[in-house]
Write a protein that binds this ligand. Structure first.
Ligand SMILES: O=P(O)(O)OC[C@H]1O[C@H](OP(=O)(O)OP(=O)(O)O)[C@H](O)[C@@H]1O
Ligand code: HPA
Ligand SMILES: [Mg+2]
Length: 174
C-alpha cells in the first residue's frame, strides 16, 4: 500500500506561526524565567524551534509518557516512561506539545504537574484537533486548529516515521 503525504501547513506557515508564538510568550513572561517541558517524542521539533524564538531566560526538561492499552486508555490513564529530571515547585512551567487530539494525554499530564506545585502552569501546542476532543484541556497557546485528519511532520509520526518532515502533512493510503 502506497503512502502519500499532502502539505497541510507549509514550512513557512509553520515557522512564521512559531515566531509569533515565541514573541507572545516572551511578552507574557517578561521579567521571569520560563521552564519549558517537552513531551517526547512528538513535542521535540516544536520545542527546539520555539525555544530559539523566546527572548526571556529559558530552562528545559523532558518527559515521556504513553497511554495504557485500549481499555484503560478511555479512562485517560497515562504511564510515565521518563519523568522530569528536576522538581517544578515554584517554577513558571510551560508544557510544549505537538498536538492535542482526544485530550487524554494532556489532561492527565497537566493534572499531575499541577500537583507538584509550580508557580504557574500553561500549555502550548503546535496543533489542536478540537473535533476529536474527549476530555477538555485548557490550551494557552495554539499554533493551528486543524480538521480531523491524521497529520505527520514537525515531530508527528505515522508508525514512527515522517517526524522529520519540515512541514505538516496529511497522510493517505492507496
Ligand atoms: O490528545 P491525545 O489523543 O492524547 O493525543 C495526543 C498525544 O498523542 C501523541 O503522542 P504519542 O503518544 O503518539 O507519542 P509520541 O509523541 O512519541 O509520538 C501526541 O504527541 C500527543 O502527546
Ligand atoms: O494526527 C495525528 N498524527 C500523529 N500523531 C497523533 N497523535 C494524535 N493525533 C495524531
Ligand atoms: Mg506525544
Amino acid at each position: 500500500m502506497a503512502e502519500h503525504v499532502k502539505v497541510l501547513l507549509s514550512e513557512k506557515e509553520v515557522d512564521d506561526r512559531i515566531q509569533a508564538i515565541g514573541e507572545q510568550i516572551s511578552r507574557d513572561y517578561a521579567g521571569k524565567q520560563v521552564h519549558l517541558i517537552c513531551v517526547l517524542k512528538g513535542g521535540s521539533f516544536f520545542l527546539c524551534e520555539l525555544a530559539k524564538r523566546i527572548t526571556v531566560p529559558v530552562s528545559l526538561d523532558f518527559m515521556s509518557v504513553s497511554s495504557y492499552g485500549s481499555e484503560t486508555k478511555s479512562s485517560g490513564v497515562v504511564k510515565i516512561i521518563k519523568d522530569l529530571d528536576e522538581p517544578i515547585k515554584g517554577k513558571d512551567v510551560l508544557v510544549i506539545e505537538d498536538i492535542v487530539d482526544s485530550g487524554r494525554t494532556l489532561s492527565y499530564l497537566m493534572e499531575m504537574l499541577k500537583d507538584r506545585g509550580p508557580a504557574s502552569l500553561k500549555l502550548c501546542t503546535l496543533l489542536d484537533k478540537p473535533d476529536r476532543r474527549v476530555i477538555d484541556v485548557p490550551v494557552d497557546y495554539t499554533g493551528f486548529e486543524i480538521p480531523d485528519e491524521f497529520v505527520v511532520g514537525y515531530g508527528l509520526d505515522y508508525d514512527q516515521r515522517y517526524r522529520n518532515l519540515p512541514y505538516i502533512g496529511v497522510i493517505s493510503f492507496d
